[in-house]
Design a protein around this ligand. Sequence first.
Ligand code: ZN
Ligand code: ZN
Length: 176
Amino acid sequence: MECPACHRELTTMTVGGVRLDVCKDGCAGIWFNAFELKKFDEPNEFAGDELFEMKPAPGVVVDQTQRYKCPECADHPVMMRHFESAKRGVTVDECPECGGDWLDPGELRNIRDEFPTEAARTQAAQAYFDEVFGGQLAAEKAKSDEQLAKAHKFANHFRFICPSYYIPGEQQWGAF
Ligand SMILES: [Zn+2]
Ligand SMILES: [Zn+2]
């Protein structure tokens, strides 16, 4: 599998029982298959120190303004870049087809450092939702389809801040 950022060959690693594809010889980015990122996004979860210790190889420079293509899907769809973080603006590139996520070096640490616990993350997410939707979070309270669509879109963009809600159909505002 080719690195979407620097186009070197990714190295498969198993960290905490999870298979990851890492750009070990290049830019030190990490590819997570769908749902895998949430296994690493909190400080109290398996540390996976080797993931944090990776540094880009000498001379490897990545243009992070470029759009990345999914390394996993056969037709290599362009990944969507989300600003996942209310606090620090961490960006994650996500494949619209397979749901995998690409993190540039340092991004995993930034995500994990934001909230010490899942409870703190949930609380912050709830507060942010309340602020944005004025307390009308629940889908059944949405006054119009437009509002509901907005809530869905927003929820989808929010799942790294509140990954425990990333269970299709389990959220009070509806499935992603
Ligand atoms: Zn790379
Ligand atoms: Zn994909």
